[in-house]
Design a protein around this ligand. Structure first.
Ligand code: 3PG
Ligand code: MG
Length: 392
């Protein structure tokens, strides 16, 4: 996949329509986690440094083509100004006179939620034409929205000279290093509740990785597929044939699947619930599996220590609640240690994953933490992201 980087473009005196992802958590009109905002700062500054005018385009929430004050991007302005250390002019619309007038004032401009127009999600050509009139160059810095073929992520890229912003380039390079062209052995850690939501992911990974660690609720479905009684554990019993298929395919591909062989079980799902560690095939009928056991973690750590690259999506247990965060914390700490030591390249992404690694205090040591949730997953599934393809 080849794309042009922002650094290769002549930006002097140019209006740079910059697609960013400002879909940040907001409570009571205030941004509660500015991570995504902070991550677009290098691109905005690079455009300014090179004499261009950053005109930011973004979506917020899912307003379904209707104006909606609760989903106005106006509420991210204070956090954006703080991150940039300068004023931002806001325009009430992402097309038309309001936008043109705000841009004519100069400086950094943020245009209102693109999804207030029904044409955005339809990738409507007329809307993309209207957006294109506002700029000279298109820069996409929203990897985390690149799985959407929308007017501002796809259509617009085909109407103006297009390039990848700093964050977009960083994401693409990191993912390439982790999955397209990794140093081997390569380990993937996949967790989360359900096999059904990660089917394409698992199918793609067994073809690509040397070791595939499966944890979280989805591991229970794999245990059930092997005829193990998982008691009251979360498991998709209608997915056991699919799980068996994945195990067979992994075997054919020489991919080692690492499932828990010991598990932490409890009768209640609450913080501090009484728990015990048992063999994976010994979950009591009235208990549920809530975490990967310590022997299994030791095995994961051993395999990880022999790897050169790690890609991680999803927690190994019910990490939100103690003590069921132990396996996730221990495996994350080992990944962090190996990365610090310089023997492992570690890349992680997906909403829950980043929260879990932050909670484990391991995120800062990872080689790369993606800003994306759904887009990271689709990339790991081997899918082409329309927003990326349109840059090529
Ligand atoms: C995200 O938050 O994952 C991206 O901004 C995409 O948002 P969407 O899932 O509403 O398209
Ligand atoms: Mg999403």
């Amino acid at each position: 996949m080849s794309w042009t980087s922002l650094d290769k473009m002549d930006l002097d005196g140019k209006r740079v329509l910059t697609r960013v992802d400002l879909n940040v958590p907001v409570e009571g009109g205030r941004v509660t986690d500015a991570t995504r905002i902070e991550r677009i700062v290098p691109t905005v500054k690079a455009i300014l440094d090179r004499g261009g005018q950053p005109v930011l385009l973004a979506h917020f929430g899912r307003p379904k083509g209707q104006r909606n004050d609760e989903m106005s991007l106006r509420q991210v302005i204070p956090a954006l100004e703080k991150a940039l250390g300068r004023d931002v002019t806001f325009a009430e619309d992402c097309v038309g006179n309001a936008a043109a007038e705000a841009i004519a004032k100069g400086g950094v401009v943020l245009l209102e939620n693109t999804r207030f127009h029904a044409g955005e999600e339809k990738n409507d050509g007329a809307l993309a034409d209207e957006m294109a009139k506002l700029g000279d160059i298109y820069c996409n810095d929203a990897f985390s929205a690149a799985h959407r073929a929308h007017a501002s992520t796809e259509g617009l890229a085909r109407r103006l000279p297009a390039c990848a912003g700093r964050l977009m380039a960083e994401e693409l390079n990191a993912l390439e290093t982790a999955l397209t062209d990794p140093e081997r052995p390569l380990m993937a850690v996949v967790g989360g509740a359900k096999v059904s939501t990660k089917l394409d992911l698992l199918s793609n990974l067994v073809r690509k990785v040397n070791h595939l660690v499966i944890g979280g609720g989805m591991a229970n479905t794999f245990l059930a597929a092997q005829g193990i009684n998982v008691g009251k554990s979360l498991a998709e019993h209608d997915m056991t044939d699919t799980a068996k298929d994945i195990l067979t395919r992994a075997d054919e591909m020489g991919c080692e699947i690492i499932l828990p062989h010991d598990v932490v079980v409890a009768r209640e799902f609450k913080a501090g619930a009484e728990s015990e560690t048992v063999a994976a095939n010994a979950c009591p009928a009235d208990a549920m599996i809530l975490d990967t056991g310590p022997d299994s973690v030791a095995r994961i750590k051993k395999a990880m220590a022999g790897c050169k690259t790690l890609i991680w999506n999803g927690p190994l247990g019910a990490f939100e609640i103690q003590p069921f965060d132990a396996a996730t914390n221990a495996a994350a700490a080992e990944a962090a240690r190996l990365t610090r030591e310089g023997s492992l390249v570690s890349v992680a992404g997906g909403g829950d994953t980043v929260a879990a690694l932050n909670k484990a205090g391991a995120a800062d040591d990872f080689t790369y933490i993606s800003s994306a949730g759904g887009a990271f997953l689709e990339w790991m599934e081997g899918k082409t992201l329309p927003g990326v393809a349109a840059l090529g």
